[in-house]
Design a binder for this molecule. Sequence first.
Ligand code: SPV
Ligand code: MG
Length: 290
Amino acid sequence: MGAGTTFRQVLDKNGLVEAMAAHSPLSAMLAAEAGFDAIWASGFELSALYGVPDVSIVSMTQHLDMTRAMAERSALPVVADIDTGFGNAINVLYAVEQYERAGVAAIVMEDKSFPKVTSLIAGGRQDMVRIEEFQGKIEAACAARVDKDLVIVARTEALIAGLGQDEALKRAHAYAAAGADMILVHSKQKTPDEIEAFVAAWDGAVPIALVPTAYPQMTVARVRDLGKIGLLIWGNHAIRASVGAMRKTFAQIRKDGGIHGVEGSIASVEDIFDLQGMGKVKEDEKKFLR
Ligand code: SPV
Ligand code: MG
């Protein structure tokens, strides 16, 4: 069974897929351990991991390789953030073929022009492509998938670009008509009002995906009450949590002049051995080393 089928089964069963951001196989494994339904292979997180801005600097190959590694090390379906599709519809044909081979369950592609600018930055340049052009890219994504259960999520940045609800709805309907299985609508408003108004007005046949980073009042319970939401993405909490933890630990070591003060607040070496699967290595050594 393909990963897209697994994703669709979770959606049918739970009525919602809750995805946690990850930027490495280890963070994907920890998201699985915590009980999330899926992994968000976030472009923002991977850009931050490389220490560069999320403005189409990380290449498709870098993102694809990490996404493949996450899919290999975590049993959860992976939702791949393919940004703008790395170019035009021709680039999308190639990208979707590669991401499907890497084992992803879904791809999310946004209607900004390449190179893009990260969505939540204040005053960011948010250039959009024409609706017809993006419809061509969605049709290319649908045509490129071998497994028809691979979920194609079309993301509109109309609200991010300040174009308003009517434009966001127009685009969402056009993208669903082009074959998108789901519409992701992103907002950088500090409260859920803009998104809730969009959801209330949405009468399309496909479910909506949300990334409520800017409006953290949006809980799972509130999403379920809204209805119409198929995918909820916690967008960047793996990288932010790790930055917070590393800063705290590094500062403590500098302050103490040694590592003795942090032992109680960081993962033990044994914990890391477990995550690495050292138990199995020991068993395999007994079985196979002669
Ligand atoms: C990402 O996590 O890469 C996203 C979400 O696309 S956001 O950064 O909020 O645009
Ligand atoms: Mg992104």
